[in-house]
Design a protein around this ligand. Sequence first.
Ligand SMILES: [Zn+2]
Length: 284
Amino acid sequence: MSQSSTEQSHTPTGKHDLFDGVDQVVRESVRQSPININESEAVFDPALLSNPLKVTYPGKAQDGSLHLKNTGHTWKLSVGDPNFIIEGGPLFGRCQLDQIHAHWGPDNTVGSEHLVDHCAYAGEMHFVHWNTTKCESIDVAPLHEDGLAVIGVFFKLGAPHPELQKLTDNLKKIRFSGQEAELKGEIPLDIRKLLPEDVTAYWTYEGSLTTPPYNDCVTWIVLKHHIEISEDQMEAMRHLLSVKEAEAGTESEACGKLTQNYRPVQEQSRVKLRCGFNPGHDRC
Ligand SMILES: [Zn+2]
């Protein structure tokens, strides 16, 4: 996952201050994400069944609240509507959706951050929420061990996803790093439809950000059910550039395609993986 939509500061030397101490954080952590989800090791937790995960995403976001940006590492859809909430399941309190982004690879054999029994999916979309019960603001959420809650959804190649199309159609407006666009269309995006219908089957564990500064602050909810997306939709993401518009037409543009933006699984992690469903064996 990526950091929040909050703008981050830089030191005078140009080095990103979020990177200070990153190596040490990662070395000492045993809950770094992503991980390989070994299905047979997931512990069934009846508490996850009795208090099911509840996703409350209104069908239509408030006007002007959806902003799409090329961060240089991914596309990011910021959601400025406080009515998008998840509760229950492994969560303590109320968590508000801040942004959605995705990870992918150069071809469809890799791209997801989490693996399931060592199988990768073509990509993975992250719905990043912050815990409004525990944290005063999203800025301090990374400092709490459960400050953020992220739902991960796998992409599997197949039919075009009609709701995601509303987003991928807009990616050409933000081809260069730093570009932004307001997401609007004749038919508004229904964010709930970007999730699979069934959100009750998931794995959960206490993990970390998968981008610097890799804080141990994320309750991960990785959905078992994927969504199908088309090759064209994957390609629309791979056409994004990691370079700014000022470099258009230069060699940097040719080399700057965002074809791979996932973090590999962190073998050193020792997390407690729980699920609230009977583990099955339909492999990816
Ligand atoms: Zn992510």
